[in-house]
Design a protein around this ligand. Structure first.
Ligand code: NAD
Length: 348
């Protein structure tokens, strides 16, 4: 991989910073990518810790995620740019804590132009460890997962209103792909009301935990979860779960989940639209976490009621996107993308 090849990646999209970091002793390796952001508006985006086939796949994931963060911030009304970091998980890594401390030192080198927190593979405890080393970690005072879950629920309700003419969860069925932090939070919120909840996860431990916490949840195979006849399919795992193959297997009325970058490509959104499956753009409905960490950054404290009020924007946005989609005949992802781009391209 040469630096000259960066701008040939389809997700380069004029990224402002691509930072490669490495530390031989700890095994630290990965990227920080800043899509939009400047001295006035820092780039926000959480840090992912995951295994990748190679460095190129890790970089592409980071580029796609930081670009998505610019979209997310724009529609959530947050004056910041979009960034992301991925740390490449490796079997040779002996001490994750040491590695995270060294990573926090690298974040310090960006001098506050990149603000980060917990994504896949990073726990709140990990963030607290890194925060001791760097002031540029957020999600310490209140766990953002709570607000991501709340926003997701509000977004789902907007979709239910459209498809079933009622936002009630009673009699509704859900299939949740991935039961980590967000998947668990969503189950917690819908469990008392939903008629049926199916889950699947590649990690048997995660599935076992859910089974003991929520005994009425039904665990299914990984390849079955996106084929079930349910009202809502909720992707809460990794990127690209909606692709040319999986989209034809879907048997749901709504796709609304917490995972970032669910669509492998934009034409998948068009296929969903043609199949009359209502797709809630991922970055619209999972913005609650970003809203909460930006609130913490801005105020230096956290008030739950203040953040909850701000998270209401998720439902408002989703309803507006559905309205525009019906009016123009364009799919919801296309509507959201053009609204967001207009905002973040003017972030100067
Ligand atoms: P997490 O690491 O806590 O959970 C992810 C879960 O997905 C894990 O249990 C993992 O085993 C499972 N998984 C991975 N690949 C899978 C597959 N192919 N099929 C089924 N399960 C699979 O991460 P999280 O914080 O819950 O994040 C989940 C998604 O939500 C990510 O895409 C993340 O970027 C996004 N997101 C998270 C937040 C947040 O506040 N944590 C906010 C916005 C968006």
């Amino acid at each position: 991989m040469t630096t000259a090849s960066f701008n040939t990646f389809s997700d380069f999209d004029d990224h402002k910073v691509i930072n490669y970091f490495q530390d031989e002793k700890s095994g630290l390796r990965g990227f920080i990518t800043v899509h939009r952001g400047n001295c006035k508006f820092p780039a926000f985006g959480a840090t992912r810790y995951w295994s990748y086939q190679d460095e190129k796949s890790a970089l592409i994931d980071s580029l796609r995620l930081s670009k998505l963060m610019s979209h997310k911030a724009a529609l959530a009304g947050i004056p910041c740019g979009g960034g992301k970091a991925v740390i490449i998980k490796d079997a040779n890594i002996r001490n994750k804590k040491d590695l995270l401390r060294i990573y926090a030192d690298r974040v310090n080198l960006l001098g506050g132009h990149f603000i980060t927190g917990a994504d896949v593979g990073i726990s709140r405890e990990d963030v607290i460890t890194m925060r001791r080393r760097s002031p540029y970690f957020v999600g310490v005072m209140v766990d953002p997962v709570r607000f991501t879950g709340l926003g997701l629920l509000l977004g789902i309700k907007a979709c239910l209103s459209e498809v079933f003419h009622s936002d009630s969860l009673a009699n509704r069925s859900f299939a949740i792909q991935g039961v980590g932090k967000i998947g668990n939070e969503l189950i917690k919120l819908i469990y008392p009301f939903a008629q049926k909840i199916y889950v699947a996860d590649i990690d048997p431990k995660a599935v076992k935990t859910v089974g003991s916490k929520f005994p009425k949840v039904k665990v299914v195979n990984l390849n079955e979860i996106n084929q079930l006849k349910v009202d809502v399919f909720s992707p809460c795992a990794l990127s690209n779960c909606l692709n040319k193959n999986s989209v034809n297997r879907l048997n749901c009325g709504i796709v609304a989940g917490g995972a970032n970058n669910q669509l492998e490509s934009e034409d998948v959104a068009e296929t969903l639209f043609k199949k009359s499956i209502l797709y809630a753009p991922d970055y619209v409905v999972n913005a609650g976490g970003l809203i909460s960490v930006y609130d913490e950054y801005e105020n230096g404290n956290t008030r739950v009621s203040r953040v909850e009020k701000k998270v209401l924007i998720v439902e408002k946005n989703m309803r507006a996107i559905i309205f525009q989609s019906k009016k123009t005949g364009k799919n919801p992802a296309e509507i959201a993308n053009s609204l967001a781009r207009e905002i973040f391209d003017n972030l100067v």
